[in-house]
Design a protein around this ligand. Structure first.
Ligand SMILES: *[C@@H]1O[C@H](CO)[C@@H](O)[C@H](O)[C@H]1NC(C)=O
Ligand SMILES: *[C@@H]1O[C@H](CO)[C@@H](O)[C@H](O)[C@H]1NC(C)=O
Length: 840
């Protein structure tokens, strides 16, 4: 791509043009040093050492269909304080456009983006709305600069390829723009791989691969430090406006005293003008002073932040005079800190510490310094500099504006509408059922979605791991939740699905279509694209993602993210290679599954449901268990999907009486149908139908069959009662199921299908019975197969008995306990409908 000679010539000239820089920063010479003045016809010098090249000289690096060079005159600009000539010109994009920078040295780079929204001809840049992405990171999405103030965004990214491509993508019918871009090498050791994570306190590693956005960079107790003074061209601002009680703090400065030394920070970490000034306790010589000096920062929730504290003890006369404590958002970060000791018994040596933290529930990060108990004679505490950097989330995004504007409550109006829709749907469903209109079921779903009740969107997130659970379980619940709200730009979803290519559709439902997709990093996904939503649906859509993402289990399909740009309602799930269980049973021509595979699939699904019923402090009822909602990954591992499909149904009160029947025909619990009494046992019933479907490999309702055979559950139970269920088993399994395995399996299904919920087993019992059926198939279990199998379970698997009393202990203990921590989360109205109102 870059082997064209002209390109290299340009790079060469370009590198020469920035060469003077070397003279001013002896410490570090950036190998890659692109300073681009966008939309300008001429180069622009900033200060004496920064030379921005016009991007018209940079044409080969820019790929855009437009050529809109916008400019403004200084006269139209109100704010003159930090106004740089860079802001006088901009390049405007109407379609997705890229700058491609050849990278000569891989590793950490600054990306600095300059924006100033002025008006130019027909373009009002303050209305521009767009995304900025690199190959690896989403830097900005749905971004706009509404106020007439210049904005500079600074990112620190790790470049691993030979080029860095920065793409500007306008939102629907909008424009994108940029005034200037910097892509500059950064010393790789600027941020080490590890830091101390707080809450709980532990070592955090992996910073080397994270991307950062600078959100605050302060010079304590001193003036602004401009980019021309800083060796890495950072800007440091004064701290005073962030102090909660400025009267408790005072300044001190002695820039000449700063002595960089081995073991401490280097000048690249922060210059002397930062380390040489500090803010300290204003104790007025009072030896009894005992208070904290605290700075407060508003941050975006849903991200972790790297907090870097800079210290340099220029106040002490001798060693071991100053001990103090540092707190980050009320957590003890450093106790009895003695800077001199940290820097090998030197004074005035710069030193820094890195912490990884999450914001408080009200989206703040507080940094406090206060006296330690060690020396109450001279109580003091100091801080010289502070940086707060947002870390990318697990989909490598630094943008998730949705997490900020999460609605705290739901309007009563929308609730009422929901109830009315629910009630009328209830009547509708009952009518449908009476006329035996199972054909209409799909249509009903469609209507449901069309009525704006498109909240058939209950995303489930799993995450295989307990690590994820425990990683966040001690954090404040609000921030833990928002850690999972991953917002995708529409353009990313569009690209992933080949612009919603019809040939990529892998499923269609009432909500819309499901598309196969592939993210730029190669991750396969399934994108469910909802029909256009009502305005009110948005708030609930977001709350849902926030709340339900907390359910994480390897047998629940995981939510990767969502997109709500452009009035869209798209959920992005992990891609399940092998589709639905249903498709492997009949009607698709896929090779038939062995009995063992089928048992393992049933066991997996049962685990997922068991977790829903018991893993949380309150039971969550799926309400639409069916073979089409159990998906298989590449290893045929089963995961439950589409959980809580009909979640905006009517309220469920204390007695679990629901006014509308939801679910899929053929799987519906007769008791729920008769009495609208909703319990976990309704899921157990539906699961019993699934078991029969798996065994017999036929649709649960097949109207083309003679009447007594139309309904699988009825028909199969007829045979089961006669003890001859084997006669209707999937012919491809004939002779391959061990009789005792079949018997155990059939008994389990039969119990699930009991008329009354109280007579049905719990999902936990079902799980153990299925596991036992698998053992019987594999002949692991020795013993008399004719013996009553229930007794056998008791003898052979003693833990089963425990299980009856203490389900969360014997099954997947760790998942259950890690969720206990989340039980304090206040549920959204929407969500609470899925939750049984009493604890277990
Ligand atoms: C300083 O703040 C921390 C954390 O909020 C608190 O535990 C400590 O008691 C405070 N110290 C003083 C002297 O107020
Ligand atoms: C940031 O993104 C990288 C991949 O680009 C990922 O490995 C890392 O875990 C992400 N960081 C966080 C804190 O999620």
């Amino acid at each position: 791509m870059w082997n064209c000679r002209e390109d290299w010539l340009i790079i060469f000239i370009y590198v020469l043009s920035v060469f003077p820089l070397v003279c001013f920063s002896a410490n570090f010479v950036p190998i890659d040093n692109y300073l681009i003045d966008c939309g300008s016809h001429t180069n622009t010098s900033i200060g004496s050492n920064l030379n921005f090249t016009s991007d018209t000289f940079f044409k080969n690096f820019l790929s855009t269909q437009e050529d809109i060079l916008a400019n403004t005159t200084l006269k139209s600009i109100n704010s003159t304080t930090d106004f740089s000539p860079l802001y006088q010109t901009a390049r405007i994009f109407i379609s997705s456009s890229k700058y491609t920078f050849p990278i000569n040295k891989k590793g950490r780079h600054w990306i600095r983006l300059y924006f100033f929204p002025f008006s130019y001809q027909n373009y009002n840049l303050s209305a521009a709305n767009f995304a900025v992405t690199t190959e690896h990171n989403i830097l900005l999405s749905s971004f706009s600069v509404p106020k007439k103030n210049p904005v500079m965004k600074e990112y620190l990214v790790n470049v691993t390829l030979d080029t860095l491509v920065i793409t500007f993508t306008p939102s629907n019918n909008s424009t994108a723009f940029v005034n200037a871009i910097e892509v500059v090498s950064v010393p790789d050791d600027l941020i080490a791989d590890d830091a101390i994570a707080l809450n709980p306190r532990r070592e955090y590693t992996g910073l080397l691969t994270d991307a950062f956005e600078t959100v605050f960079r302060l010079n304590m107790g001193g003036p602004s430090v401009s980019s021309s003074v800083d060796p890495l061209h950072r800007t440091w601002v004064p701290d005073t406006s962030f102090l909660i009680q400025p009267n408790l703090a005072t300044n001190f400065s002695s820039i000449g005293a700063v002595k960089y030394a081995k073991g401490g920070a280097t000048e690249n970490i922060a210059p002397p003008s930062v380390y040489g000034t500090l803010t300290e306790m204003n104790s007025d010589g009072d030896p009894r002073s005992n208070f904290n000096v605290t700075w407060k920062f508003d941050v975006e929730p849903g991200f972790q932040y790297l907090v870097r504290l800079h210290f340099c003890d220029i106040v002490s006369k001798g060693l071991n005079e100053l001990y103090f404590n540092v707190y980050i958002t009320s957590l003890l970060a450093a106790k009895d800190l003695d800077i001199g000791e940290k820097t090998h018994n030197t004074l005035a040596t710069p030193y820094f510490m890195d912490f990884v933290t999450t914001p408080s529930v009200d989206n703040k990060i507080l940094v406090s310094i206060g006296p330690s108990d060690v020396n109450s004679d001279y109580p003091n505490a100091i801080l010289n500099g502070l940086e707060i950097m947002k870390m990318n989330n697990s989909i490598s995004s630094l943008s998730a504006s949705a997490a900020v504007s999460l609605p705290s409550s739901h309007g009563s109006k929308s609730k009422k509408v929901g109830v009315i829709v629910g009630v009328s749907l209830g009547i509708f469903c009952a009518l449908v059922a009476m006329v035996g209109g199972f054909f209409v079921l799909r249509k009903r779903r469609r209507q449901l979605a069309q009525q704006g009740d498109s909240k058939t969107w209950v995303p489930l997130s799993d995450g295989t791991s307990h690590t994820m659970g425990s990683k966040y379980s001690n954090a404040t619940t609000a921030s833990a939740a928002s850690n999972f709200g991953y917002r995708f730009p529409f353009a990313v979803v569009q690209e992933a699905t080949n612009n919603f290519d019809e040939s990529w559709v892998i499923g269609v439902g009432g909500f819309g279509k499901v598309y196969k997709g592939e993210l730029s990093d190669g991750t396969k996904v399934a994108c469910k694209r909802g029909n256009p939503r009502s305005h009110q649906g948005l708030a609930e859509f977001r709350t849902e993602i926030e709340m339900l993402s907390q359910f994480r289990h390897r047998h629940l399909v995981s939510l990767i993210g969502y997109c709500d740009e452009r009035n869209e309602m798209i959920l992005i799930y992990e891609y399940m290679e092998n589709g639905t269980v249903k498709s492997h049973l009949y009607g698709s021509g896929l090779p038939s599954l062995s009995w063992k595979e089928r048992l393992e699939i049933c066991i997996g699904a049962a685990r997922g449901l068991h977790y829903l019923h018991t893993g949380y402090a309150k039971a969550v009822i799926h309400r639409d268990v069916k073979s089409a909602n159990i998906l298989l990954d590449e290893n045929l591992m089963a995961k439950v999907a589409d959980f809580g499909l009909s979640k905006t149904g009517p309220e469920i009160d204390q007695t679990h009486v629901s006014t509308a029947v939801k679910g899929s025909f053929g799987y519906l619990d007769p008791e729920y149908f008769r009495r609208q009494q909703l319990t976990e046992k309704s899921d157990v019933y539906s699961f019993g139908v699934v078991l029969l479907e798996v065994l017999c490999a036929r649709p649960v309702i097949d109207p083309s069959l003679p009447r007594e055979r139309v309904n699988l559950a009825e028909w199969a139970m007829k045979w089961q009662k006669k003890g001859e269920l084997a006669r209707i088993v999937d012919p491809t399994l004939a002779g391959k199921i061990r009789p005792d395995s079949l018997r155990k399996f059939a008994e389990t299904a039969e119990k699930c299908l009991a008329d009354f919920g109280v007579d049905r087993p719990s999902m936990g019992d079902v799980l153990w019975n299925l596991e036992y059926a698998l053992q019987l198939q594999e002949a692991v279990v020795k013993g008399d197969p004719e013996e009553n199998s229930t007794n056998m379970i008791g003898e052979l698997c003693p833990q089963i008995n425990n299980f009856e009393q203490e389900p969360s202990v014997s099954v997947e203990q760790s998942e259950a306990s890690s969720l206990d921590d989340l039980s304090g989360v206040s549920m959204s109205k929407v969500f609470s409908q899925l939750v049984k109102s009493e604890g277990r």
